[in-house]
Design a protein around this ligand. Sequence first.
Ligand code: NAD
Length: 552
Amino acid sequence: EFIKKYANHPHYFAPVGNELHAKSWQTEAPLRMLLNNLNAEVAENPDELVVYGGIGQAARDRKSLQKIIEILLELDEEHSLLVQSGKPVGIVRTHPQAPRVLIANSNLVPRWATWEHFNELRSKGLMMFGQMTAGSWIYIGTQGILQGTYETFMSCGKQHFNGDLSGKLIVTAGLGGMGGAQPLAATMAGAVFLAADVDAERIKKRIETKYIDRMTDNYEEAKRWVKEALQKRETLSVGLVSNAGDMLEKLLNDNIIPDILTDQTSAHDPINGYIPNGFSLEEALKLRKEDPELYKEKSLKSMARHVSLMLQLKKKGAITFDYGNNIREFAKQGGELNAFDFPGFTPEYIRPLFCEGKGPFRWVALSGDPQDIYTTDEALIKAFPENTHLVNWLKMAKEKIAFQGLPARICWLGMGEREKAGLLFNDLVRTGKVKGPIVIGRDHLDCGSVASPNRETESMKDGSDAVSDWPLLNLMSNTAGGATWVSFHHGGGVGMGYSQHAGMVVLADGTDRAAECLKRVLFNDPAMGIFRHADAGYEKAEEVAEQFGIKI
Ligand code: NAD
C-alpha cells in the first residue's frame, strides 16, 4: 500500500503530516527524506534514481529502494539498518540513541579508486555513486548550495570589487542540481549573470523554480540582454543553451571579459557527467553508451579547451576560480598543463569560515508545512539578532526561494550556533509551535567532514590535503554522538579517487532523547572543523577553540 502510494516508480514523494507510517520518527525521518530526495521537484532524474551531481543516486536500484522502504517501515529502536552503496545488506543490534541507518557509498580501496574500476562494478550492479547528499538522503534541491554560492560570490566581491557587485558580470556554466543555484546567488549578490548549459531542459527547470530569469539558445540575444543589464546596473540572470567552451570562445572573440569566471558543469565525471564540445546532447548521449573510451578521450580534450579559454579570460582580467568540480584535474589530463594556474574556491573564499566551524547547516520540516520553516526562520532571527548577515540571509531566503519537495532551509552556522539552533528547533517541536519534527543535516562539504585535495582541503597550511583520517573521525564522532543516520562516501564533488567524506542527519522530534543527541552531535560536528584546522596550524581555529572551551 505504502509503496504504491509513495514510491510508484517514477513518482516518488514523501508522506507529509503528523501521522507515522514507520514505528517512530527515528525511522519515519529517513524514510521521508529518502523519498523526498527522489521527488521529481527535487531530483534531476528520478526515473534512474539520480538526485543530482552527474549520476549521484539515492538507492542502487528499484529493488533495493523498495527493500529499504520496507525495512524502515518495520525497524524498531533497538536495531539499525546497514546500507552498502544504495543496497540494504543487514540489520544490526543497537540502542535508541544510536543511528537508525548506517550508510557507506562508493568506497574503494585507494589503489582501485578510479572511475574505470567503479564503472565496471556499477555496470555489474555492485555499486552506485552516492555523490554527497544524494546517497545520504539529505539533498534539499538547489537551495542546498544556494547560500554557499552566495557567500562565495559575496566574498569574491569583497576581495576584488569593494563589496559591490552591481554592474559586474559573472560567467559560468552548468545549470544542473547544484550549478542551478548560481544564477539566483548571483542576482541576490547584485550581479549580472550569464551561464551556458547544453541541456535546455535543465535551464527550463531553473526558470520554473525561479532560480534564473531568462533563457535563450541565441548567443547574440543573451549578449544583448546582459549588456543592457550591465549598463543599467540592474540584476539579471541569463541561461544560454550552449556548450560551455563554445560560449567562452565567443565572449573572448567579442572581448567581453567577465568580472568573475567559474564553472559548475559535471566535470568531476568525464564519462557520465561532462558533455564534450562538437556534439549535440543527443549525439553525446549516444556516444557515451556506445564507446565510453572514445567519449572519455573527447571529454578530457574538451575540458582542456574549456580551461584554456578560462585561462585566456583570466589573463584579460577575469577573476577565475574552480568551483569544486575538479575541472582543472581533468583538463590537465586532457592536455592543458597550466590548468592549475587558477585557484579553487575553498582556499580563496571558504577556509576562513571553516576555521570558525562554519558550514552548510540545513533543516527540513517533516510535516511538509512551509509555515514550519517560516517559524524556524523567525526563531533564528530572534535567537541571533547580532548576526546581521544571518538575519539578512533568512529574510532574503524567505522572499526569494521556492521550496522543492519538503520545505527546507539552509544557512551557514558555526561552532556554538548549530547546537543552539538544534535545541531551539527541538523546543519548537516539543511545544507544538511547529506541526511536526524537524531533521537537521548538512552537506558533506563542511569544515571537518571531508578530505578533498582539489577542493575543500586544497592548499592546507601544513600540506595535509590528502589526509582522510579526519572525515573518518567525523563519522565516528557522529555515530558515537547519536546522529539519526550517518554516512561515509568516496568521490563526491570531484570524482573517484579525489575525495572521502562523511555525512550526518540528526532528528529534532521534541523528546529528551533528541535533545541529548542534538547536544552531542551539533557540538562534535563543527568541533571537528576546529580540530582539523587548528591541527593544520590555522590560528583562527585555535582562537575559536579557546572561545568555546574545545579541548584540543
Ligand atoms: P548536474 O549533473 O546536476 O548538472 C551538471 C550540468 O552541466 C548539466 O545540466 C549538464 O547539462 C551541464 N553540462 C555538462 N557538460 C557541459 C558542457 N560541456 N557545457 C555546458 N553544460 C554542460 O550536477 P550539479 O549537481 O549541478 O553539480 C555540478 C558540478 O559541481 C559537479 O561536478 C559537482 O560535483 C560540483 N559541485 C560543486 C559544489 C560546490 O559547492 N562548489 C557543490 C556540489 C557540487
